[in-house]
Every structure is written in C-alpha cells, then in structure tokens.
Design a protein around this ligand. Structure first.
Ligand code: SME
Length: 151
C-alpha cells in the first residue's frame, strides 16, 4: 500500500501546474482516502517568527485547533523535540489536545527544510494502536517530498 502511494505522492509534489497549498491538499485527501487507519490528515506549519503552529491544508473534520503553541499537545511537543511522536492511545497522554472524541491514536512527523523544523504532518486515527515503523518511514518520505517542493 505505502509503495504504491509513494509514486503518487512524488507525482503530486512535482506538479508545478498547481500551487503548493493545492498540492498539500491533494496529499491529505489521498492519504485519508487510501489508508484505512488515517481518519484525519493535516499539515501544521510554524507561524512566522511566533512560537506556534498554524493549521495548513487538511482532510477530515474541521478542528478548532488551528493555532497550537509550541510545547502544547502532541503537535506542540514535536515542534520542540524535532522527533516523530507515535501515540498508540491518546487517552494515556497528559499533554494532548483532543480534536474529536472518536480519535484513539495519533502520529506526528516533523517536516524539515534545510535542517530546520518548519512544520509537521499530523494523522489522527479512530483505531487504537494502528501505527508501525512503516507509517513512520512512509510519512518521513512524504515530508521529504514536501520539503523539496517548498525549497
Ligand atoms: N491532537 C493534536 C491536536 C491537533 S488535532 O489532532 C487535529 C495534539 O495533541 O497536538
């Protein structure tokens, strides 16, 4: 599943006929549609020189959490740690921002451009503990392609 999607992701990110936000939107829509345990897929980006993240393109239910301070929630922690954060059970996390009561698990993978953490891809799942190292490697691939697109 991930191998096939990698080719599609590369195709989207290199499509200069549309803008970068439209390409990010296509990635979110593709991942949500094709990966059964991805129920919400979105990109957050560092908001200018503020110590906060701002929601970019996403697929899934609208969220109130369009701005997240560094350090807050899973996303805010990844903005500071620069490391992948896999959460098998969101209820076991103290520093977690709930977007929907149906969400059971989450994965956040930072997005680096020229070595700088400029944002992240965030996936929510309604399935408990669905994420493996394959998800991590796949989402790292997605972010590398996005980084090339943004350079
Ligand atoms: N759960 C995230 C907030 C973003 S929503 O999942 C869309 C967090 O704890 O940072």
């Amino acid at each position: 599943m991930f191998k096939k999607l990698q080719a599609k992701i590369s195709h989207i990110t290199t499509n200069s006929a549309i803008g970068t936000d439209a390409r990010l939107q296509q990635i979110c829509d593709l991942l949500k549609a094709k990966i059964p345990h991805y129920d919400w897929v979105g990109f957050y980006f560092v908001n200018g020189d503020k110590k906060e993240l701002k929601l970019g393109p996403y697929a899934g239910e609208a969220t109130d959490h369009t701005i997240i301070s560094f350090g807050k929630g899973i996303c805010g922690q990844v903005a500071v740690s620069n490391k992948n954060f896999v959460v098998p059970d969101v209820q076991a996390q103290d520093n977690y921002i709930a977007c929907s009561i149906t969400v059971k698990s989450e994965i956040v993978v930072p997005l680096f451009v020229n070595g700088k953490n400029i944002g992240q891809i965030d996936i929510d799942s309604n399935t408990p503990d669905p994420f493996s190292s394959e998800d991590e490697r796949f989402l790292e691939f997605v972010n590398t392609q996005v980084a090339h697109m943004l350079c």
